[in-house]
Design a protein around this ligand. Structure first.
Ligand code: NAP
Length: 372
C-alpha cells in the first residue's frame, strides 16, 4: 500500500462522488485528482478545543469531497499538523479512506514553538536547535525564519511525526521572501538553491513527493519590489539542482476578490514577456494553489450586489467569494480555513456545482476594470 497520494487513489476518491459532486470539482494536478476546495488550518487558538474542531473539520471535509489538506509546522504551534495527523489516522484506521486518496501539504521555514510558547524563548531555541546542531542564531533571519538544509531536514522530520505520515505530498518553503528583507538577492537565490537541493534529497528519500513555495507577498509584488519572487527563476534553480525531472511543481499564493494580483498583475517574466502569475505558471507547468480565499473570513459578508447577480445560484457571500477563486483559470484549489463544521458543510455544498464558466467569470469584470 502506498504511503502517499497516488494517481489511482485520488482518482478513486473522485469517483466516490460520481453523481453527487460536479465532475469539474476535481482537477488534474501533479498526476493526482485534487478537489477544487481545500482545507486550510492556519487560524485559531492554540488550545485543545480548536484541536478538536480541526480534527472534526478534517474528517467531515474528507467525507464531503475535499482531498487537499494544508498545514504548516508553525500553525498553532504545531497543533494544526497534529490535528490533521490524528484525523487522517482515525479515518484510515476506520477504513473510511486510504492514504493514497488524500493530498497532504505542509510548510517549513518559520520557527515553530511546541504546542505553546515557551517561558523562555531564547533558552528554548538554544536547547532545541543550537545544542542539537540543527541551527545557530546566525542562521535565523528576522529572528523567525530559516531555510538551511539542516533546519529543513529537522523540520520535515518533525512535520512527518506530527502528521503521522511517512511522506508529505507537497512540502512548501514557507514565505521564503521573508529573507529578502535581510539579505541580498544574490545571497537569497544561493540559499534557495541549497534549500531546493535539500528538498530534492527528501524527494529521493521518499519523504516528500513534490515541493514548492508558499508565499504571501513574493509572487504578487511588482517585478521591481525588493521581495518579488520570479517563478521562472525558481524553476531554473530547481532544474539546476534537480535536473529536468526536478520536484519543484507547486506554488501557493493568496488569491481572492480583494487580492486578485495572481490573475491581474503582469509581474512574472517568462521568455522576456511579462505575464500574470496564473499565466506564467501554466506556461511553466507549475500547479497554483490559492490561499486566503476568503481574505481570512473578511469576504464572507457584505460583498457588492453585482456579485450576487453573477453568482445568482449561490446562497451566501462566502460561497460567492469561494466560487470566484475556484473558477479563476489556472487555480487548481481554493484553500479555505474552516474549523467550524457549519463552514465545512456550507463551503463544500459548492462542490456540487461546476466552477463558473469563463464567460460568467469575466462578467465579474464587466462593470469595472480588473483591480490591480
Ligand atoms: N503564506 C502562506 O503560506 C499562507 C498564508 C495564508 C493562508 N495560507 C493557507 O490558506 C488557508 C486559507 O487561508 P486563511 O485560513 O488564512 O483564510 P481564509 O480561508 O480566507 O478564511 C478563513 C476564515 O474564514 C472563516 N470561514 C470559512 N468558511 C466560512 C463561511 N462559509 N462563512 C463565514 N466564514 C467562513 C473561517 O472560520 P472558521 O475557521 O471558524 O470555520 C476562518 O476564520 C490557510 O488556512 C492556510 O492553509 C497560507
Amino acid at each position: 500500500m502506498a504511503q502517499h497520494a497516488t494517481a489511482e487513489g485520488t482518482a478513486a476518491y473522485a469517483r466516490r462522488f460520481d453523481g453527487q459532486l460536479a465532475p469539474a470539482h476535481f482537477r488534474a494536478a501533479c498526476g493526482w485528482s485534487v478537489s477544487s476546495i481545500g482545507l486550510g488550518t492556519y487560524l485559531g487558538d492554540a488550545d485543545s478545543r480548536t484541536d478538536e474542531q480541526y480534527r472534526n473539520a478534517t474528517r467531515v471535509a474528507v467525507e464531503r469531497g475535499c482531498n487537499l489538506i494544508d498545514g504548516a509546522i508553525n500553525y498553532r504551534f504545531q497543533r494544526s499538523e497534529r490535528s490533521i495527523g490524528e484525523a487522517l489516522a482515525a479515518l484510515t484506521r476506520a477504513q473510511s479512506i486510504r492514504r493514497e486518496e488524500v493530498v497532504v501539504s505542509t510548510k517549513g521555514g518559520y520557527l515553530p514553538f511546541d504546542a505553546a510558547p515557551p517561558r523562555d524563548p531564547s533558552q528554548w531555541f538554544y536547547d532545541t536547535f543550537v545544542v542539537t546542531g540543527v541551527a545557530t542564531v546566525d542562521d535565523m533571519v528576522a529572528g523567525c525564519h530559516c531555510m538551511t538544509p539542516a533546519y529543513l531536514r529537522h523540520q520535515l522530520a518533525t512535520s512527518l511525526r506530527n502528521l503521522r505520515l511517512r511522506c508529505v505530498d507537497i512540502y512548501y518553503l514557507h514565505n521564503p521572501e521573508t529573507q529578502l528583507g535581510a539579505v541580498s538577492r544574490e545571497v537569497f537565490l544561493e540559499r534557495l538553491g541549497v534549500a531546493f537541493a535539500q528538498l530534492e534529497e527528501a524527494a529521493a528519500a521518499g519523504q516528500i513527493q513534490r515541493y514548492g513555495v508558499a508565499t504571501w507577498n513574493g509572487l504578487r509584488q511588482p517585478e521591481a519590489a525588493r521581495d518579488h519572487l520570479s517563478l521562472a527563476e525558481m524553476v531554473r534553480i530547481a532544474e539546476q539542482v534537480g535536473g529536468r525531472q526536478h520536484h519543484f511543481r507547486v506554488v501557493q499564493v493568496p488569491f481572492n476578490l480583494a487580492m486578485p494580483e495572481a490573475l491581474t498583475r503582469q509581474n512574472q517574466r517568462v521568455d522576456g514577456t511579462l505575464l500574470p502569475l496564473l499565466s506564467a505558471a501554466a506556461q511553466l507547468g507549475i500547479t497554483v494553489i490559492a490561499s486566503a480565499s476568503l481574505l481570512q473570513g473578511r469576504l464572507s459578508g457584505g460583498l457588492p450586489a453585482a456579485l450576487s447577480s453573477v453568482f445568482a445560484n449561490l446562497e451566501s457571500d462566502a460561497q460567492r467569494a469561494l466560487q470566484f477563486v475556484r473558477s479563476a483559470p489556472g487555480v487548481t484549489t481554493a484553500l479555505v480555513g474552516m474549523k467550524q463544521l457549519a463552514h465545512v458543510e456550507e463551503n463544500l455544498t459548492l462542490a456540487r456545482l461546476s466552477p463558473a464558466s469563463p464567460t460568467q467569470f469575466m462578467q465579474l469584470f464587466r462593470h469595472s476594470d480588473p483591480p490591480q
